[in-house]
Design a protein. Structure first.
Length: 306
């Protein structure tokens, strides 16, 4: 006897409108910075422009994933497209990581062989980029906290940091004439990208590999369930996430045989559900609790490896 709920969750706030606005702003910044990179000859601005284009692609992926996650579940896709936000976040972070490495390598080359940079024009284009990034951040701020939205927010944060770095390098070049500042700032842009990209990539892979959700201790879950009267033991306890906002749990709970004869198992099931929902951050509605009589468990243990 068990409890299982197979319906997929209702679509939540995917941030579709916020992502659309941020994507449009980012594309506008890209066009302006392409012109700026040609006019100034700045490596920092050029790589920040490439970074902006990469981020625009990332935002487009995030928007596509957000649209898909709003689609309802079907008999073929019982969870709908919930996992698309995780796939999009993993792809965004992997691309960001690759861009960061590329920027650092190219900046080292420019340190060795510096080229002239137009400082005054660089300040102007850097300021335009920063203004656009601030607007995009305000649009995305306060949206849903899925990995997809976190990755999208990171894209724009890195763009803003890149714009700040470009402005700083331009000021240094104008005041001192030290053109290697441009290469150092380009390298800084790359270094800023990588740590957070690795974090999001690692978390995305954790969801895809169905690792236990952060903050959920299965030892504690087991202890809470086994503390109920008539519960003999717990086995096959698993926890994972369908998406970042949908942690689920499945467990087999072995009860005394008499619980099934006197109807007490149904009451005990409700108590276990309430206990889990009250103490742990899991979607109890979409979790599975299978109740087993002790006699069945003994038969299962004799015939199979449990």
């Amino acid at each position: 006897m068990g409890h299982q709920h197979s319906h997929a969750p209702a679509p939540g706030g995917s941030g579709r409108g916020r992502l659309t606005a941020a994507l449009c702003i980012t594309l506008g910044i890209f066009l302006v910075q392409v012109i700026g990179a040609v006019v100034t000859g700045s490596l920092a601005l050029l790589f920040d422009t490439v970074h902006v284009l990469t981020d625009a692609a990332g935002l487009a992926m995030a928007l596509f994933a957000a649209v898909l996650t709003e689609r309802p579940a079907t008999e073929r896709r019982t969870w709908g497209w919930k996992r698309m936000e995780v796939l999009a976040a993993a792809l965004q972070s992997a691309v960001l990581l690759a861009v960061g490495v590329f920027v650092v390598v190219q900046a080292i080359g420019r340190l060795i062989d510096p080229e002239p940079v137009a400082g005054a024009e660089l300040v102007v284009f850097g300021a335009i980029g920063l203004l656009g990034n601030v607007v995009a951040l305000l649009v995305l701020f306060g949206g849903s906290k899925t990995l997809n939205m976190k990755a999208a927010f990171l894209e724009v944060v890195n763009d803003a940091l890149g714009s700040v770095a470009v402005i700083v390098s331009a000021v240094v070049i104008m005041l001192t004439g030290w053109v290697r500042a441009d290469a150092i700032v380009a390298m800084l842009i790359g270094v800023l990208i990588m740590p957070r990209a690795v974090t999001i990539l690692r978390e995305s892979l954790g969801v895809l590999l169905e690792t236990v959700p952060p903050g959920l201790d299965l030892t504690e879950v087991r202890r809470h369930i086994e503390a109920h009267p008539h519960v003999v033991r717990v086995h096959d306890l698993h926890a994972s996430r369908i998406s970042t906002d949908l942690p689920i749990l499945s467990v087999h709970v072995v009860l005394d045989d008499e619980c099934f004869g006197d109807g007490h198992s149904a009451e005990l099931l409700g108590e276990i559900q309430s206990c889990i929902a009250g103490h742990f951050e899991v979607s109890i509605e979409h979790s599975t609790i299978q109740l087993e009589p002790l006699s069945h468990y003994r038969h299962e243990a004799e015939g199979f490896t449990v």
